[in-house]
Each structure stands twice: as C-alpha cells, then as structure tokens.
Design a protein around this ligand. Structure first.
Ligand SMILES: Cc1cc2nc3c(=O)[nH]c(=O)nc-3n(C[C@H](O)[C@H](O)[C@H](O)COP(=O)(O)OP(=O)(O)OC[C@H]3O[C@@H](n4cnc5c(N)ncnc54)[C@H](O)[C@@H]3O)c2cc1C
Length: 303
C-alpha cells in the first residue's frame, strides 16, 4: 500500500502533523520507535503549554495527544526507521519492513546529551532538566547547578540567574572558550559562580534532588554541592542519521523553509529536528500542522 504521508516520529510535531493530515483526508501512517509523546514524556510538569493554565504532567499531555491522533483514525506502528529513499515514491525502511508513501514528514526530534552519572536517571524531568526555557521558572530563589561546556551553557546560566538565588556552573576546563563579550557579561552576574576543572560525579536525593557530587579532574577530589536542581546545557543532537540526501546545517539540523519544505520535494520536516530558534512543544506542534498542510498541497499538485 502507498500512503499519502508517512510521519516519522510520534512526538508533539509528528502527532500534530498526523492530526492535520488525517483531517485533510490523507491516508496517514505514523511510525514511532518507542512511545508516542517524544521528549515530553520525560517532563515531570509542563507549565507553558497554552490552555493548561494549571500545568500538566508531561506523560498526561502525551496521552492526550495520542488519543487525539487516534480519534482521527491515524494508523500508528511502533518501529524504528533506519533509512529513507526518495524516488518517484518514498521508500522508508525499518529493520523488518519497508513502507511506501507519496510524501514523508520527518519529525524525529533531538536526543539530549546526558551526564551519564550515578543517580541521574531517577531525576530526569524531576530535578534534572535539559531545557532552561522550560524549567527556569520552577527555580525562583533556589540554588541550581549548571553542567555544560559551550556558549549555550553560559547563556543558559545567565538566563537562570534571573530566577535562581545561586547558579553554580560546573565546567571541565580551566577557562571558558567563549567570546570576551560573553565572559564580561557573566562576570557581572553576582549570583553565578564557576567551578573549573570539575565533572559531575553523582546525583543524590530521595524524592527530590538534594546534592550533586562533583570531582576535580586533576586531583580526583570530590566535593558535595547542595542543589535544588541541575541543568544540563550542552549541544542537542538531531535524529537524522537515517536520511542522507537532505540538506542540513553544520550542526546537523534539517534546513526547512517556512512551509516546512526540505531540499527534497516530497519530504517535509518539522519540530526540534529542524534548524530553528526555539525548541518547545508549542513550536513543534505549529511546525507539524504546517508540514501536514503543505504535504496535502504537494499531493494535490501531483495528482
Ligand atoms: C526533560 C524535558 C522537559 C521539557 N519540558 C518542556 C516544557 O515544559 N515545555 C515545552 O514547551 N517544551 C519542553 N521540552 C521540549 C519539548 O519536549 C520539545 O521541544 C518537543 O518534544 C519537540 O517535539 P518533536 O516532536 O519535534 O520531537 P520529540 O519530542 O523529540 O519527538 C521525536 C520522536 O521521534 C521518535 N524517533 C526518533 N527517531 C526515530 C526513528 N528513527 N524512527 C521512528 N521514530 C523515531 C522519538 O522516539 C520521539 O518520540 C522539554 C524537553 C525535555 C527533554
């Protein structure tokens, strides 16, 4: 069977695309490798999605999205796509199966770079955050630790310093490789301290995070820092390994225009996987809707 559109990825962008595509009477298949919801499943509490003025638990929002998609009869399969080939029709491969479609919507998001330390898994989305825009607001007047090693880390720490009482940056080198301007700015933030030559070692807590243990990379000496939360602010990695003929920027994000067209005519992309400024649920669902509507327009044109 040849679908009108195959959506790869069942996060907010993919599910929004599925809703708009199926409501446009397209034959839609959504392929998700794990569970529908994407990154929001790791979010304990979402406080900035319009309509949920009391906030909503990430997994509950994911369930609502999935119910909404199913209501419109979208076919969902749980499978990991390993290759997309584009000829007259698109051929989409997993290890077990080949799928065919007139258009493809890529919505596979990004993966976060975890610290990979003891105690981390338990607190992801509940004290450990990968997103300053999402979670800074939960740390008003609290103490936070920022882990990371690039310009984003510094910008994120400065953003957090407007909310938190104290921000400690744990940095693995003996000086920052950042512009003089940025360095001057960070020195002016009275509530930010930088702990050089150190790596995170262990997260300690019970229901909530209490401490992070850090280790000096030269002396191996461990220090326990009291903290209410940890922000891991390093580069995200877009999930694009399975497509090789599409134009991406130097960081690997797919370049899509305002209609979510990519460099390949019948392939659209949306959500966190594309080059964009703000990676949030609200922007992902917007991209997904636009991608679906433009996939429909493309199909109408080639009829
Ligand atoms: C801990 C955490 C908390 C957050 N909190 C908030 C918040 O409070 N508010 C907010 O607005 N945003 C928040 N975000 C950001 C938000 O979750 C993302 O911007 C949003 O989920 C992006 O949606 P997406 O659909 O583009 O990608 P994703 O959510 O990453 O979904 C991509 C999906 O594609 C699937 N996939 C990947 N590769 C393949 C493949 N090869 N084959 C099949 N399927 C594949 C994945 O399994 C995943 O389900 C948070 C992010 C994290 C990590």
């Amino acid at each position: 069977m040849i679908y009108d559109v195959i959506i790869v990825g069942g996060g907010p962008a993919g599910m929004s695309a599925a809703i708009y595509a199926s409501r446009s009477k397209l034959r839609v298949l959504l392929v998700e490798k794990k569970y529908c919801g994407g990154q929001i499943i790791s979010s304990m509490f979402i406080d900035n999605y319009p309509g949920f003025y009391n906030g909503i638990i990430g997994s509950d929002l994911a369930i609502n999205f999935e119910k909404h998609v199913k209501k419109f009869g979208v076919e969902i399969v749980y499978d990991e796509i390993i290759k997309v080939e584009n000829n007259l029709t698109n051929k989409i491969f997993s290890s077990n199966f080949n799928y065919f479609s007139k258009t493809v919507i890529i919505a596979t998001g990004t993966c976060v770079k975890k610290m990979n330390i003891l105690g981390e898994e338990k607190f992801i989305g509940n004290g450990i955050s990968f997103c300053v825009t999402c979670d800074a607001n939960f740390y008003n007047n609290k103490t936070v630790v920022v882990v990371g090693n690039n310009d984003n880390t510094i910008n994120g720490a400065m953003y957090l310093s407007k909310f938190a009482k104290t921000v400690n940056i744990v940095y693995s080198k003996n000086k920052f490789n950042i512009s003089k301007e940025l360095y001057k700015k960070i020195c002016l933030c009275y509530n930010i301290s930088i702990i050089y030559n150190s790596m995170p070692y262990e997260v300690i807590g019970d229901i909530i995070i209490k401490n992070i243990v850090i280790k000096n990379i030269y002396t191996n000496e461990k220090t326990v820092l009291k903290t209410d939360g940890i922000f891991v602010i390093s580069d995200l990695k877009p999930n694009v390994f399975y497509i090789n003929n599409i134009k991406c920027n130097k960081n690997g994000y797919i370049i899509a225009d305002k209609n979510m067209n990519t460099s390949v005519k019948s392939i659209f992309a949306c959500g966190d996987v594309i080059e964009k400024q703000l990676r949030q649920i609200v922007t992902a669902v917007s991209d997904g809707a636009i991608a679906a509507i433009n996939a429909k327009r493309y199909i109408d044109k080639i009829k």
